[in-house]
Design a protein around this ligand. Structure first.
Ligand SMILES: *Cc1c(COP(=O)(O)O)cnc(C)c1O
Length: 320
């Protein structure tokens, strides 16, 4: 079931679709004669992280007419997914519990992300690393659902097969917004692989020739497996994952990457952060600079959002 943009649901949540598609530049793009565009999913909503909106869209639409009573989901203390889902549940008046990875935070200050979740009346349930590792086991999920009296569990990152179709909406929007343009490559950050799988899963026309996923964590071959699991036997668009740009691993960074983001943010109204978009923009720029992306190419960067997580670096603030 497709949600029409004019539906009450999207109006109620103040969702801005289609997200803007605009031409931008990277530090080395002009000198190399590469045309760069950005799909601004960071502008879908001031609070709901764009990529997480895409992945949750179908599920949330079904809840709008038939809401569950209590939803649980998994994530770390800076999770864009928990943040987005907690906000949506609050708007839809659904009870939400975040299952958070980490020791019980007695006497410790909550992350800004978790503070927001509390502010929206979401509950926090901390589990240790060993238990957290069981987050995809059906028996563990049932145990948690029984214990918390929840009826729905959404996987970490919102990465379930229902997420793929929501992500694929990007194709329709791009073709509608720039019907004349063909893109040689589209770049996006990859963590669970669901977004990449949704984009390359080919059920419709696309103006994007090939996808380059930028691994934001150390996951060579593991990430490819995840994407393939989502894709199954489906026919798909050409894709591969670059593994040279994670800067040490998930949520790890380097002085160079931080400087790249800071420099970019000082010069542009479009903002990036070092966990997802920064690594993606860096990778695109590096591949342009080193000629892996040939002069004369046209590339699309998918800005997946996630700026709320940046508050961990104490540089921006997202208003409530
Ligand atoms: C979760 C997230 C991703 C990763 O998406 P996957 O579908 O897990 O690969 C990318 N960017 C942002 C901003 C995210 O929050």
């Amino acid at each position: 079931m497709r949600v029409k943009p004019e539906s009450k649901f999207l109006t109620d949540l103040a969702i801005n679709l289609p997200s803007p598609l605009e031409q931008i530049s990277l530090p080395d793009s002009a000198a190399k004669g590469v045309e760069v565009w950005c799909k601004r999913d960071d502008l879908i909503h001031p609070i709901i992280s764009g990529n997480k909106w895409r992945k949750l869209q179908q599920t949330l639409a079904s809840w709008y007419s038939c809401p569950p009573s209590h939803v649980i989901s998994f994530g770390g203390p800076y999770s864009n997914h928990l943040h987005a889902l907690a906000f949506c549940c609050a708007q839809l008046e659904i009870t939400f519990t975040a299952i958070v990875r980490g020791k019980y935070l007695q006497n410790q200050v909550l992350s800004p992300t978790l503070q927001d979740i509390c502010h929206w009346q979401g509950q926090l349930h901390f589990v240790n690393k060993t238990d957290y590792q069981r987050r995809t086991e059906p028996a563990y999920i049932d145990e948690l659902k029984n214990f918390l009296q929840a009826d729905i569990c959404i996987p970490e990152g919102g990465s379930q097969s229902a997420a793929l179709q929501g992500v694929a909406e990007i194709h329709k929007e791009v073709s509608y917004q720039q019907p004349e343009l063909m893109f040689d490559f589209a770049f996006l950050p990859v963590a669970s692989g669901a977004s990449l799988a949704g984009l390359v899963n080919k059920h419709q026309a696309t103006s994007i020739n090939a996808f380059i996923g930028v691994a934001v964590l150390k996951g060579e071959s593991y990430l490819e497996e995840l994407v393939e699991q989502f894709l199954g036997q489906e026919q798909h668009t050409q894709w591969h994952i670059e593994h040279e740009y994670h800067h040490g691993g998930y949520a790890k960074t380097s002085a160079d990457l931080l400087a790249f983001c800071e420099h970019y943010n000082a010069k542009n109204s479009l903002q990036i952060e070092p966990v997802y978009s920064g690594k993606c923009f860096w990778a695109a720029n590096d591949m342009i600079k080193t000629g892996k992306i040939r002069p004369g190419s046209r590339v699309l960067l998918l800005h997946t959002g996630g700026l709320q997580g940046n508050r961990a670096y104490k540089r921006i603030n997202v208003s409530k």
